[in-house]
Every structure is written in structure tokens, then in C-alpha cells.
Design a protein around this ligand. Structure first.
Ligand SMILES: [Zn+2]
Length: 146
């Protein structure tokens, strides 16, 4: 789950190549303004999502009445057509979880003194972060026990 600042094709490719599914809102690029992210439509209405195949790297969309020929199409996964389609309950539920992570990062930065880092170099920063999180968990454990 990433915010729209990460809405770039290279991010989607990188996430998919690691066998994960990206959940990123769209920026209003010209392609989005032209409606290229929308599901297919026909005279029967807007086509409905009918599942994704990660191996195939595509999602299936179906004519709402099934009278079209073919009645369904596979759309290759890309930035505009993700394997977890935007607007589905699953996408909304996953994206909603992003807030919890951001809140925790905010707490660590502002309440647990991780924003102005007072150490340099990755091993020292890692140790600082590990000790901070350990202290935070110990505090939470103590609060639970009382
Ligand atoms: Zn149709």
C-alpha cells in the first residue's frame, strides 16, 4: 500500500516482480483524464471484475449480461489496470490499512524521537531504531499488564 506519490509504472513493475500486488491510488495523468483506467464497457453497461490471474499477469472482465462475444476479456496488469482493481471492496480495505502504518511511523518520529536522527551510518541508525521500538514494545507490554 503506497500513497499516490508512488503512482509510477516502475513502482508497479517492481512490486509485481516481487510477487506482491500494488495498492496505489492513481494520479490524474492525461491517460487517467482520458478514462483509460476505466473497465471496458458495451451497450449492456460497464464490465464487471471477474478475478485476476497473477501467473498470467492479467485480470478478467465480463460483460454484465454475457451477451457480448467474447463475453469476457483479459486485461494485462499495469499501472492503469492493477490485479486488485481500484474501486473494489478488497482494494479499499487494503488501502485503508495504509493509515495504520503511517500513524505508527508518525508516532515513532514525533513521540519517540526518531525524526531528528542523532546518529549517522546505517548500523547505528538500525541500532537506534531497534532500541526505540524495543522500548515502545516494553512500554506497551507494561501497560497491558497493569
Ligand atoms: Zn455486453
Amino acid at each position: 500500500m503506497l500513497d499516490r506519490g508512488y503512482d509510477a509504472e516502475v513502482i508497479y513493475e517492481g512490486v509485481e516482480s516481487r510477487h506482491m500486488r500494488p495498492v496505489v491510488p492513481l494520479r490524474k495523468t492525461p491517460a487517467v483524464k482520458a478514462g483509460k483506467n476505466k473497465p471496458p464497457t458495451c451497450e449492456h453497461g460497464t464490465w464487471t471484475f471477474a478475478g485476476s490471474d497473477a501467473k498470467r499477469g492479467a485480470s478478467k472482465w465480463r460483460c454484465p449480461s454475457g451477451d457480448c462475444a467474447p463475453a469476457s476479456v483479459w486485461i494485462k496488469a499495469d499501472r492503469l489496470h492493477t490485479l486488485i482493481p481500484r474501486g473494489t471492496d478488497r482494494w479499499k480495505s487494503l488501502y485503508h490499512q495504509r493509515g495504520a502504518v503511517e500513524r505508527e511511523f508518525g508516532r515513532l518520529k514525533h513521540e519517540w524521537g526518531m525524526l531528528p536522527l542523532r546518529v549517522r551510518r546505517l548500523p547505528r541508525v538500525r541500532l537506534h531504531v531497534d532500541l526505540t521500538i524495543l522500548a515502545k514494545l516494553a512500554t506497551a507490554l507494561a501497560a497491558t499488564r497493569t
